[in-house]
Design a protein around this ligand. Structure first.
Ligand SMILES: [Cu+2]
Length: 552
């Protein structure tokens, strides 16, 4: 029996103050920052009425929820819907079919997700349980960023001048910069624990610009899930979490052995940014506090602080990622496609567009652009969404010629970049997939702004069967693929000047966005759309559109 329920998310402005006197109106859901948690059980359907009482257009996406046959509720603006305009509303259906664990929801329009985001917690079906001992309690920790400036101004300035987006002024845990930032110590997020108990930390990276190393000082964490799918228990001193990813971590509260033990420990997140382009970033460390219940009367004692890997420690990040394994149990089986129907090799690059009189704020007066296979994605100019155009066979909105490989093969990770690749044209290219085909994509990071790219696919989770540094070698690298128990995720961090290979089955008919979850890159065009065609049976066809789909 599917349980369904109704929730109301009201987009509204609210006043928040961070970093001393920086008070501003931010867009929120129900006045909350971060927004409310959506809880469900696997198999549930939740209807969410999104009511826009804000002053701008917005859309909401249920990140990591695969939404079988129902792209109408997925959310990315101009891909599956037009935005919800002020004073309008839209009821979206979230179907929790496969996912279990932690996911999240966020705005999928402009830069709005900086403040419009929240957790999604999916519990096991009634009568089933976690594949590990039930935790005594759980906490949600959302990593994010705070800008002193108005977010819409940050977005509009960069879009207008073609330059980089302003850096955030602080990184945050549950909306709080934490003890190390000015005027922030009183509001640092705290969790109370008891010696001997086990806690489930639901960790979400909601940041637009930053990936993080994350740790609980003095404690190991055991990773048991990523992106709403269980993993084999994986014990670590720290984790690396990219923009868009979620992790379920078990924490044994075992460090308060006696009354002279330290009883306060920093939960810490700090930038992970491996790059050979350098440049300014928000290096501010954000902390929360883990505090053991005790009779101590000296709360002023400084919490224990662990050190994290250095911000550009590629090896630490790669070592962590290499240990991820899906659970692959009989209750949570792993079904890796063993044969491949559609093979794609996709390069990820940051490029340029020329600008009149070299007057833009990008490199040498150009405008920043970004691309996959040198196609720089642009949302439909006609302000019709791709899904509408596909479903109603409206021509001229997109083309179906997204290439399966880059236009030119060269030493992608070397220093000599062919100059003809610097500049890109904007286009709206999609890749069409036949229903139920198996797809393999090798993502190749390039030296055109060599940074890690967290690539997120809507409508599907995928198996990350391999990753490595340097250029992908199609003879030797496939020999190291994990086709037994690779992690099942919906965001993969493609290493700086490295590669990552994913496989998935295109069994979800619809229109599905795939993009870098570094928001700046997504806005610049590091995106593509997959259209999976209908199969023959009714169960293999896209559902009809809802009546209240927002008009453009
Ligand atoms: Cu990117």
């Amino acid at each position: 029996m599917v349980k369904s329920s109704m929730l109301f998310l009201q987009i509204q402005e609210a006043t928040y103050t961070r970093l001393c006197n920086n008070t501003k109106n931010i867009l929120t859901v129900n006045g909350l920052y971060p927004g409310p948690t959506i809880s469900a059980r696997k198999g549930d359907i939740v209807y969410v009425k999104v009511i826009n009482r804000g002053n701008k257009n917005i859309t909401i996406h249920w990140h990591g929820v695969n939404q079988p046959r129902d792209p109408w509720s997925d959310g990315p603006e101009y891909i599956t819907q037009c935005p919800i305009q002020p004073r309008a509303n839209y009821t979206q259906r979230i179907s929790f079919t496969e996912e279990e664990g932690t996911l999240w929801w966020h705005a999928h329009s402009e830069f709005d997700r900086a403040t419009v985001h929240g957790a999604i917690v999916i519990y096991p079906k009634l009568g089933t349980t976690f594949p590990f001992r039930k935790p005594d309690k759980e906490f949600t920790l959302i990593l994010g960023e705070w800008w002193n400036k108005n977010i819409t101004d940050v977005y509009q300035t960069a879009v207008d001048n073609g330059g980089q987006f302003d850096l955030s002024d602080a990184n945050t845990i549950n909306g709080q910069p934490g003890d190390f930032m000015p005027c922030s110590a009183n509001d640092t997020f705290k969790v109370q624990v008891e010696q001997g108990k086990t806690y489930l930390l639901r960790l979400i990276n909601a940041a637009l610009e930053n990936s993080f190393f994350f740790a609980v000082s003095g404690h190991n964490v055991t990773l048991v899930g990523t992106d709403g799918s269980y993993t084999k228990p994986y014990v670590n001193e720290f984790v690396m979490i990219t923009q868009g990813q979620t992790m379920d971590l078990l924490l044994q509260a075992n460090q308060f052995q006696n009354s002279s033990s330290p009883y306060r420990y920093y939960i810490i997140a700090a930038l992970y940014f491996d790059s050979n382009v350098g440049g300014p970033r928000d290096y501010n460390v954000t902390v929360a506090i883990l505090e053991y219940k005790t009779n101590h009367s000296t709360p002023s004692i400084r919490p224990v602080l662990t050190s994290l890997p250095y911000f550009n420690d590629t090896n630490a990040s790669a070592a962590f990622a290499s240990g991820l394994r899906s659970l692959a149990s009989s209750d949570h089986p792993t079904v890796v496609p063993q044969t491949v129907n559609v093979q794609m090799y996709i390069t990820l690059s940051v490029n340029e567009q020329s600008c009149p009189n070299d007057s833009c704020a990008g490199v040498n007066g150009t405008r920043f652009a970004a691309s996959m296979n040198n196609a720089s994605f642009q949302s439909p100019k006609s302000k019709i969404d791709v899904l509408d155009a596909y479903y109603n066979s409206i021509a001229g909105v997109y083309t179906t010629d997204f290439p399966d490989q880059p236009p030119l093969f060269f030493n992608f990770t070397g220093d000599n970049i062919p100059e003809e690749l610097y500049f890109v044209d904007k286009s709206t290219k999609v890749k069409v997939l036949e229903y139920n085909t198996t797809v393999e994509i090798v993502f190749q990071g390039t030296n055109m702004a060599a940074v890690m790219h967290p690539v997120h696919l809507h409508g599907h989770s995928f198996y990350v069967i391999g990753r490595g540094l340097g250029n992908f070698n199609n003879k030797t690298d496939p020999l190291s693929y994990n086709l037994v128990d690779p992690p099942f995720e919906s965001t993969v961090g493609v290493p700086m000047n490295g590669w990552a290979t994913i496989r998935f089955r295109a069994a979800n008919p619809g229109v599905w966005y795939m993009h870098c979850h570094n928001e700046e890159h997504a806005i610049w065009g590091m995106d593509v759309v997959f259209i999976t065609k209908n199969g023959y049976s009714t169960e293999a066809k896209i559902v009809p559109p809802p009546a209240d789909k927002p008009p453009c």
